[in-house]
Design a binder for this molecule. Structure first.
Ligand SMILES: C[S@@+](CC[C@H](N)C(=O)[O-])C[C@H]1O[C@@H](n2cnc3c(N)ncnc32)[C@H](O)[C@@H]1O
Length: 287
């Protein structure tokens, strides 16, 4: 398996990183605290560096810089990407929102262990949000971004409407999604189904049985992974555009991630675009 693919699966359900660390720790040096556990977790360089570079380049090509701006990340996960963004883009403030609380002690421990910081930057903060609610004032951000989160959002229109509410009228929204549900690795279970399309070819119970029969991590990791699998939405790139329009956004820039796929006969009736478009990066502005 390619390292980038491995790192992508590690970015899903991020809370499993601690579980993974705990599993690893049981066969390595003894650990004494949650910060130790966090520090032992693999460092997601893809989030810290690559994802940040993608967002900055996509915005930068439009002459949009984040220096001195009020920025928020929706679906921030473990906050690693936000730390990288604050260090590289120097916003006035960056708030990471997620429906799960961010383990800031763990983030600090991991970043310290790698010599990246001594303290978390003062302009970086995290807030737990509701599934359809952002605890922020109207028009309080210049830029919102969301990376690898929207395929997990249960009600995309409601979340986008909240994002529209907290974004300034002249603000900008960046969204990246990978992988869309109908695409080859839309199950997020490529370790078990490298040939892809498991989510379209097999019943969910059968997929679950396969994963449980060949766990590659401990039971908590597998529960987390399967929980995320069962909750994935079915949003296509066109559905995402409709959701954006309904929420009051207009897409102004789009980059599709496509791939060459072998189409199983059982899926030959499905729109080719849903099978071969695996991801998207886009910019949207208030309509
Ligand atoms: C795969 S993780 C990606 C985390 C991070 N963006 C990264 O790339 O490492 C998806 C995140 O979206 C969050 N999420 C799902 N639905 C959400 C919602 N309605 N509002 C905010 N966050 C949400 C999940 O809790 C999870 O942390």
């Amino acid at each position: 398996m390619k390292a980038s693919v491995r790192s992508r699966i590690l970015s899903h359900p991020w809370s499993a990183r601690l579980v993974s660390a705990a599993n690893a720790a049981s066969s390595a040096a003894p650990v004494t605290s949650s910060a130790d556990l966090a520090a032992a977790a693999p460092w997601p360089e893809e989030s810290y560096t690559t994802a940040v570079d993608h967002v900055m380049a996509f915005l930068g090509e439009e002459g949009i810089g984040l220096n001195g701006q009020a920025v928020a990340d929706i679906g921030c996960g473990d906050g690693v990407m936000d730390l990288g963004m604050v260090q590289k883009a120097a916003p006035a403030s960056l708030v990471g929102f997620d429906i799960e609380p961010v383990d800031t002690a763990g983030l600090l421990a991991r970043a310290r262990q790698r010599g990246l910081v001594t303290e978390l930057p003062a302009n970086l903060s995290f807030q737990t949000c509701g599934a359809d609610y952002l605890p922020a004032a109207d028009a309080s951000f210049d830029c919102l971004f969301s990376w690898s989160a929207f395929e997990h959002v249960v009600r995309p229109v409601a979340v986008l409407a909240e994002m529209r509410r907290v974004l300034r009228p002249d603000g900008v929204l960046f969204i990246q999604v990978w992988p869309f549900f109908h695409s080859k690795h839309g199950s997020h279970l490529w370790d078990w189904y490298p040939e892809g399309f498991a989510q379209l070819l097999h019943e969910p119970a059968a997929v679950e049985a396969t994963v449980r029969a060949q766990p590659d991590q401990g039971p908590a990791w597998i529960d987390n992974l399967l929980g995320a699998f069962h909750e994935l939405n079915r949003v296509t790139v066109d559905d995402l555009q409709r959701a954006l329009l309904l929420a009051g956004f207009t897409v102004t820039k789009l980059a599709l991630e496509t791939e060459t796929v072998h189409i199983p006969p059982e899926l030959a009736h499905l729109p080719l675009s849903t099978l071969a478009v695996s991801g998207v990066k886009l910019l949207a502005r208030p309509s």
